[in-house]
Structures are given as structure tokens and as C-alpha cells.
Ligand binder design. Structure first.
Ligand code: SF4
Length: 699
């Protein structure tokens, strides 16, 4: 009998970045054959970037993890488990045994229970990614906090936008974008700082580009000339680690020239007079400081011009990890919100603050409480847990013995990979829920293959707080993350607490636990509004623009948290005349994405259309280094060494600075970064590390 041919078009949401584009998947016989943007898509506006369009081959890639795998070395170290389950285990390959899901979760529960009993409940931790749904993220933190009774849960926001959450909460009380993307069409002026928007958030960039072309109203501030900067009125290349300096300077100009909005300041904020005094007396806040910084003298004029234009217009500021991944990332975010508070550029349509969140559901994972210091809905947890860098130390010290990892490739994507690898090696049990055998999965004692976003139902929250109820494009026999967690919790005796049968059951509990944000967002309503989407907080209506009447601070007023910039690194070296020299030592390196790949590239590199041109990381260097470097170089820092990297030369990178993508574990780029991190929230200083360059000769 011939199989019936089935073709469907199913609406869902892109699985990659935080933009959260609405997509339509064309599915033939349970296989995705095409993805396109919905013409009337509120987010996509009818266009997808190449990741969204072509990045779906991973779904039925041959090397998907289809069955639980248990490392033979783990079974040898745990002979009682091997003995008890021998009849259920069968050979997978030379390194792994395999079994059914029920057996795997029984073994996992048994091992976790042993760890809890032997070393105490806080010897367990859970580190998750933010590519899975809210339902799975919620179940993840609940499993850690309630079933395992450990406070140590964290998510990938630790290495990206935790400083945005910290900085925005300290000043305006809510760590999320204040406006919808389409407010870009309503604003009169835009500043993009520390964001390679055209490659990292391309569909938001489309709107910015449109407006910049029409109105010449864009300022781009970065350590290199990004693609977006070429369209900017002010293309402002700044020294490394100078964000807080630049932002304080803008505040200085606005105050010094009295360009601030007095009525907004008086009615909506508190502490301005004190802040004003501090900024005016700040030894580095006068932009004329840059007259002494060789190679960057033009900033003495450009920064005041940007500040003036921003202050007098209805303006928005966009930022990415170029702001957050620094020693003073949280303070830089506060300095951004100061500008908005002083000029009344927040709490209205067409004026606001937009942190460009990275992963498709990183806003949702934080909303669900996958943070050591916030329970769901940003409530205080009973006990605060450790942040990921502290957990890595605790693993090395033997205080953490068990790690549940859900989709976060920490031995590739996190800093100081030599140290992280050592820490992982000290664990007694590492369990990973993943799609592919990426770096962390290869180190795990047990790996459970789970559904991808295109195979399941679930809620995702994008960078503008928009909830999207995703529906599966294809059917899958694999479990969803929350199902694995539910099975384990029940086997650990937490049956009543973990009584979920469907993702909707989990979501309904989220709505009860976080009523302010989600009570009005049941599955039925989200499905009905799938096209338009709904932005939290959602009661009867949703909330496209935040802070219209007051801020989410204790008294409803916006706050100023002044922090003086202290010269360091590159700025200090230039001022002391020791930065520019012919040595191959002392280069400043920053890293970032390329358009075709997403983070560890686990999904994108399985698409031939995306991977063929970008199958290795690429280092960008300035033209003047071409003769000295040659085709390939190794980079070396005090923490580690990269593999040989292919170099491309461009006038977009300034002298003695470098840019490199980080998508391929084999490059070992993240071995170059150490433990330096945001002083408040421990986000790694990924956007600046000093390296020496070792040419490895032409090939
Ligand atoms: Fe997907 Fe982001 Fe590209 Fe949109 S911009 S298609 S969400 S990767």
C-alpha cells in the first residue's frame, strides 16, 4: 500500500535568537521541507534571516540523540547500578550503553538520591540553557529547588544579559525591554551600543536600517565598525572597556547643557540632584578627556553630538553583550537607563530601552526563575544559590557532586574552558538533556535526547516580552525536557508536586505562580493571538509599553545609581603611551556571532546551506597587521590558547584590536577568557581579553 502523501503549513516561532520571528513550516510526511516568514508576521514583517530560513536540517539529522546513553565508565564506577539494571542495558557503542527512557530516569533518580543522601542536598546543581520552552524551564528550577532541595539553579543569562536584569531592576525595577519592536517606527532617534545587530538580531536590525536610511537618525557605538555602523550618522568606534566612560560622558553633556526633561525628572524619578552633582564632579565625565586619547580624539566631539540629539528627541537605546559582558556591565546598563530617565525617554510609545536578548527564550527562562537569586516571577527564593562561576569553583573544591545540564554547552560556551573542563571532571554524576553530542554531552555520564523546539508545544518569551505559544512542526517520539524532569521527580518521591501530564498543565501552574505576568495568558488565548502575540504583563489585556505611569521600583520612581569610571586596560595604556607598538603582544580581543551560526552551532552546522561557508571560526584583524600575521595565527592569553585561526583583514577593525567568532568548539576561543566578570552579577568579561598573537605561517 502506498503511503498517503501529507503536506501541511504550520505556524510557529523561530528556534534561534531572541527576536522570536513568527514562522510557517512547510511539512511533508512529517519532514520540514521549508520555513518561511508569515507575510503579516508582527515580528518578522515577512522576512527571516538565513538561520530562521535554512536552519531546520538539524531536526532529522542522523546524529540526533534518539536514545538514552549511559557511559560505560560510569557503570564501572557504580557496579550496584550496573548489576541492578544489567538486563535493561544494551550495548550502544564502545563508550556507551543504552536503555529505555524509564530505565534511564530510574537510574538518574537513584544516583541523584545517593548524592543527596551522601553529600547533602546542596551538593546538586542545575545549569540550563534558554532554548527550551517556559514549561521546561519552570520544571527545571522546580526540580532543583523542590525535588532536590538545592538552591543552585542558573541559566545561560549568566553569560549574557544578567547585567541588564540587574541594571534595569536597580533603576526602573523591571529587567526587560520597555517597548515593542515596532516602536522603532515611532521613535525619532536611535542609539545602538555594544550590539552587532545586523548579524545577531537581524530582523530587529531591518527596522533600524529602514529608519536610519529615511531619517539619518542612528548612532552606533562599538569597539569595531559593525555592518550597521556603516549606515549610521554617527559611527563611533570606541576603545575597549570604555562603555561606562562614554555613557557617563553623555549624562555629563545632558546635565551640563541642561538638556534634561525637568518635569519628567521631578514627577517620575528620585535622586537626580545628587546624581547631577556626582556627574559634574566626575574627573572623567567631560568628553574633552578624549582629546588626550590617541586614535580616539574625535570622540571628544562625537559623544556630545550624540548626547544632544538623543536628549531632545523621542529616542530609543538598544544594547547587546558588548555592554553586559564586562567588569562593569551592570553599571553600564544603569548608566544607559540614567540617560532615559533624565530625558524622559522611557515609559512612552516610541521612546525606551531595549536590551537585545540572545536566546529565543532567555527572557522566559529568567521569568520562570532559573536564576539562583530569583524564584519564578522574580520573587525572592527561600535560599539564594550560587551563580555558575561559583558553582564551577564549588565543583573543583568537591562541594558540588551532581550536575543536571539542560541544553547549556558550558565547556564550550562559558569562559575559562580549561578550568570548566577540570570542574566537570570532578563531578560524581553529570546528566545532560540535549539534541546532539556536543562538548558537554560528550563529558556526561548520562545523556538523554529530547525534543527540539520544532517538535513540541510550549511558550517562548522573546526580547520584547512577547509570548508565543509554539506548536510542533513535526511529531517526535522523544520526550520533552519537562517530561524527563517529571519522571525523575516522581521517582524521587515528589509525585504530588510533579503531577504534570501535558505542557499545558505546567503552564497553568506557571500562571498561578506568576499571576502578574501570566494569569491572562492561557493556552487558548495565546493560540487565538498567535499572530499578534501578547506582551507581558498579561491580565485582561497585554502590555506593549511598560512604565507608562510608574516604574516597578518600591516607590514607583526611577533611580540613579552613579558609578565612576576608572581608567583601565586599553584607555590607560593609550594614555600612558604604551599601547601602540610593533610587538605581537598585548592585542585586545572581542568575540561575537556571525549571521549564519548560533552560539555553539549545534543546530546551524547541521544545515548545509549555513555551514559550508562558515565551517570554522574567523578572526578579523586590521589591515596593518596583515604582513606580520599571515594566513593563520594562534592566540594566547594568560588563561589558555586557541587553535590556529584563519585571519581576515579589514579596515573595520582598529589597530591592535581583534574580533573573533566563537561558534566552533574546536577553535577553543573561550579558553582565552578567565574568571574576570561583572562585579555585581558575575557575567564573564567576554568582550575584552588581552592576547598575544603567534603567527603559524602560510598554508
Ligand atoms: Fe530566527 Fe532570530 Fe533570524 Fe528571526 S532574526 S529568523 S528569530 S534567528
Amino acid at each position: 500500500m502506498t503511503k498517503k502523501y501529507e503536506r501541511e503549513e504550520i505556524e510557529s516561532v523561530c528556534t534561534y535568537c531572541g527576536v522570536g520571528c513568527d514562522i510557517t513550516g512547510v511539512v511533508e510526511n512529517n519532514k520540514i521541507v521549508k520555513i518561511f516568514a508569515q507575510k503579516d508576521g508582527v515580528v518578522s514583517e515577512g522576512k527571516l534571516c538565513i538561520k530562521g530560513k535554512y536552519g531546520y536540517d538539524f531536526v532529522d539529522a542522523k546524529d540526533r540523540i534518539r536514545e538514552p546513553r549511559i557511559k560505560k565508565t560510569f557503570l564501572e564506577k557504580n557496579p550496584h547500578i550496573q548489576k541492578q539494571f544489567s538486563s535493561k542495558l544494551s550495548e550502544f557503542d564502545t563508550n556507551y550503553m543504552t536503555c529505555d527512557l524509564d530505565t534511564a530516569t530510574t537510574i538518574a533518580a537513584m544516583k541523584l538520591s545517593e548524592i543527596k543522601e551522601k553529600y547533602g542536598s546542596d551538593s546538586f546543581c542545575a545549569i540550563g540553557g534558554a532554548r527550551t520552552s517556559c514549561e521546561s524551564a519552570y520544571a527545571f528550577q522546580k526540580f532543583c529547588r523542590e525535588t532536590m532541595d538545592s538552591p543552585h539553579v542558573d541559566n545561560c543569562a549568566r553569560v549574557c544579559h544578567s547585567p541588564s536584569l540587574k541594571g534595569m531592576r536597580a533603576t526602573i525595577g523591571e529587567g526587560a525591554a520597555t517597548n515593542p519592536y515596532n516602536d522603532i517606527y515611532e521613535c525619532e532617534y536611535m542609539i545602538v551600543i555594544g550590539s552587532n545587530t545586523m548579524e545577531a538580531h537581524p530582523i530587529i536590525a531591518n527596522r533600524i536600517v529602514d529608519m536610519a536610511k529615511k531619517h539619518n537618525n542612528l548612532a552606533v557605538i562599538d569597539v569595531r565598525e559593525t555592518k550597521l555602523a556603516r549606515l549610521a550618522k554617527h559611527n563611533c568606534v570606541i576603545p575597549y572597556e570604555a562603555n561606562l566612560l562614554i555613557l557617563n560622558m553623555m549624562a555629563y553633556v545632558i546635565i551640563d547643557e541642561e538638556l534634561y526633561d525637568e518635569s519628567f525628572i521631578n514627577n517620575r524619578t528620585k535622586g537626580f540632584e545628587e546624581f547631577k552633582e556626582k556627574i559634574l564632579n566626575d574627573p572623567y565625565a567631560d568628553p574633552s578627556f578624549f582629546k588626550e586619547v590617541e586614535g580616539y580624539e574625535y570622540l571628544a566631539k562625537t559623544i556630545p553630538n550624540i548626547a544632544r540629539e538623543y536628549a531632545v528627541k523621542k529616542s530609543m537605546i538598544f544594547w547587546g553583550l558588548g555592554i553586559t559582558e564586562h567588569l562593569d556591565g551592570s553599571y553600564a546598563v544603569m548608566a544607559i537607563t540614567h540617560l532615559a530617565l533624565m530625558t524622559g525617554n522611557v515609559g512612552k510609545t516610541g521612546a525606551g530601552l531595549m536590551p537585545l536578548r540572545g536566546q529565543n527564550n532567555v527572557q522566559g527562562a529568567c521569568d520562570m526563575g532559573c536564576l539562583p537569586y530569583f524564584a519564578p516571577d522574580y520573587q525572592k527564593p527561600k535560599v539564594e544559590g550560587l551563580m555558575t562561576p561559583q558553582l564551577v569553583d564549588a565543583m573543583i573544591e568537591g562541594r558540588i557532586k551532581g550536575l543536571l545540564n539542560m541544553g547549556e554547552d558550558i565547556t564550550h560556551i562559558h569562559p575559562n574552558v580549561n578550568k570548566t573542563e577540570k570542574a566537570i571532571g570532578e563531578l560524581e554524576f553529570l546528566m545532560v538533556q540535549e539534541l546532539f553530542m556536543n562538548d558537554i554531552a560528550q563529558r556526561a555520564d548520562m545523556v538523554i535526547g529530547v525534543r527540539s523546539a520544532y517538535e513540541k508545544t510550549g511558550v517562548y518569551v522573546n526580547a520584547m516580552r512577547r509570548l508565543h505559544l509554539s506548536q510542533p512542526l513535526v511529531k517526535s517520539d522523544l520526550p520533552d525536557d519537562w517530561e524527563v524532569l517529571t519522571q525523575m521527580a516522581q521517582k524521587l518521591g515528589d509525585r504530588e508536586n510533579f503531577n504534570f501530564k501535558t505542557s499545558e498543565d505546567v503552564w497553568n501552574e506557571v500562571r498561578e505562580v506568576a499571576p502578574r505576568r501570566f494569569s491572562g495568558a492561557d493556552y487558548y488565548r495565546l493560540a487565538r493571538h498567535r499572530k499578534r502575540g501578547m506582551q507581558w504583563p498579561i491580565y485582561h489585556e497585554d502590555t506593549p509599553v511598560l512604565h507608562l505611569l510608574d516604574f516597578r521600583t518600591d516607590d514607583g520612581l526611577g533611580k540613579y545609581v552613579y558609578k565612576q569610571y576608572e581608567p583601565r586596560g586599553m584607555v590607560q595604556e593609550i594614555m600612558e603611551k604604551r599601547f601602540y607598538n610593533d610587538s605581537l603582544e598585548g592585542y585586545y580581543l572581542t568575540t561575537g556571532r556571525t549571521l549564519a551560526h548560533y552560539n555553539n552551532a549545534a543546530q546551524t552546522k547541521r544545515s548545509s546551506k549555513l555551514d559550508t561557508k562558515y565551517d570554522e571560526d574567523v578572526l578579523l584583524a586590521s589591515l596593518e597587521d596583515e604582513e606580520r600575521f599571515g594566513d593563520k595565527v594562534i592566540l594566547k592569553s594568560e588563561y589558555g590558547e586557541s587553535e590556529a585561526l584563519t585571519v581576515k583583514y579589514t579596515e573595520k577593525v582598529k589597530a591592535k584590536t581583534l574580533f573573533c567568532t566563537f561558534h566552533h568548539a574546536k577553535s577553543r576561543i573561550n579558553a582565552l577568557f578567565g574568571d574576570e566578570c561583572d562585579e555585581l552579577i558575575m557575567t564573564a568579561r567576554f568582550k575584552s581579553v588581552k592576547v598575544d598573537v603567534i603567527p603559524v605561517g602560510d598554508e
